[in-house]
Design a protein around this ligand. Structure first.
Ligand SMILES: Cc1ncc(COP(=O)(O)O)c(C=O)c1O
Length: 406
């Protein structure tokens, strides 16, 4: 009764529009009923190859047996207590994240935006400890950090701000991948306390900075006692061919935020801190009713186990090269393809024109892709792809792009 049956497409009924859901999304005409590995099946049993993983969430694919089992076992024992009490599998998860990242302490949230909210609060505490009035965080154009008021303000996209003014104070904007701009801000502003940046911009169009960008940011942060805060919500959990994208350089950030791939579909985020930043929060400074509860931590522990056991970080690097090589072979000489960008399994194919309709055309070919920044085909396939599935993504998406451009 809550969903209106909409009669379209020659009488085919679909459930994608509802009278009672807020109109925040404009879903495609497909409802998935189940998934298995890299495939999704709609309510009629039609199979789709998933080259998007729920936007970088289901890195282990759908219905991964270890994650399913962990959730089932935990649900039969205990779903929730409260952070008023010790949660053993939350402690285990923090130990494991600390081991794979080299960072010190973790705060668990329920989403990426909330992980970034925690990071923003850490930056403000860091400023307040030094008696800096109106502490400011540098953020970059083209970034995406979430939809809460502070994180949408941090986001470098006017469309995300529009209508929600007044925005939150305490952010300074700079172009992405522009070290001179950061140096200028350092010279002219005395109240900067942190930089919040994505190691590669996901929503912004798979924008990859110069190889030494993070190293240079680290140096500037050290010189000025700013926190280097990396939003790894899209790049983390093995996707780029390292556990975390910062591990492609020689630095360690003060703060890193995670979500998406951490729970393989179970909602969990994390704000991970290193060194002095890890000691900033004290009891009473921050919290969350659901954050880090036994159910979500059981899933995230199973995700880390499976990534380790199946060596999926190395596999993401191999698959990323295979896909990038394939696309370069098939598309680099095609008129209208302006750039092919790959960072492990974060892949962007930029066209010289807007191409949002490719998403629907791909759906008709039974493959799930995304278009971001208007003209960038974005692929975020699961880390468990077979070689044959990777090749199928290259062939199908290349053909789609070529016929779209013709
Ligand atoms: C880099 C980045 N940061 C933050 C977010 C927000 O995460 P969530 O939607 O879980 O709040 C996203 C989501 O797409 C993201 O890609």
């Amino acid at each position: 009764m809550s969903s209106k049956l909409v009669n379209r497409h020659d009488g085919i009924k679909n459930m994608s529009e509802s009278e009672h859901l807020m109109k925040t999304y404009a879903p495609l005409d497909v409802c998935f009923d189940r998934g298995q590995g890299a495939y999704l099946y709609d309510d009629k049993g039609t199979e789709y190859l998933d080259a998007l993983s729920g936007i970088a969430v289901c890195g282990l694919g759908h219905a991964h047996p270890a994650v399913t089992r962990a959730i089932q076992v935990q649900a039969g024992k205990l779903l929730h207590t409260s952070n008023l009490y010790c949660i053993q599998n939350q402690q285990q998860l923090s130990d494991r994240l600390s081991k794979v990242s080299g960072m010190d302490r973790v705060f668990f949230s329920n989403s990426g935006a909330e992980a970034n909210e925690a990071a923003i609060k850490l930056a403000r505490l860091h400023g307040n400890k030094q008696s800096i009035e109106n502490p400011s965080i540098i953020v970059t154009d083209g970034s995406f950090h979430g939809r809460t008021l502070a994180t949408l303000t941090a986001t470098g996209n006017r469309k995300v701000h529009a209508g929600f003014e007044p925005l939150v104070q305490g952010f300074i904007r700079a172009p992405y991948n522009d070290i001179e701009a950061i140096k200028n801000i350092a010279q002219n502003s005395k109240n900067v306390v942190a930089i919040l940046v994505e190691p590669a911009q996901g929503e912004g169009g798979i924008n990859l900075p110069d190889a030494n960008y993070l190293n240079q940011l680290r140096t500037i942060c050290d010189e000025h006692n700013w926190l280097l805060m990396l939003d790894e919500i899209q790049t983390g959990m093995g996707r780029t061919g390292k556990w975390f994208a910062f591990q492609h350089s020689d630095i360690i950030p003060d703060v890193m935020t995670l979500a998406k791939g951490l729970g393989n579909g179970v909602p969990i985020g994390a704000c991970v801190a290193h060194g002095a930043a890890a000691e900033l929060f004290q009891p009473g400074n921050h919290g969350s009713t659901f954050g880090g509860n036994p159910l979500t931590c059981s899933a995230a522990n199973a995700v880390i186990d499976s990534i380790e056991q199946d060596q999926l970080v190395q596999r993401a690097a191999e698959l990323g090269s295979r896909l990038a090589d394939g696309f370069i072979k098939q598309l680099s000489n095609v008129n209208g393809v302006t750039e092919i960008r790959g960072f492990g399994l974060l892949i962007g194919i930029e066209l010289d024109r807007d191409c949002a309709e490719l998403v629907k055309l791909a759906l008709q070919k039974n493959i799930l892709i995304n278009v971001t920044a208007g003209n960038v085909v974005r692929l975020l396939p699961p880390l468990i792809l077979t070689d044959a599935q990777a090749d199928q993504i290259v062939d199908t998406v290349s053909q789609l792009i070529q016929s779209f451009l013709n």
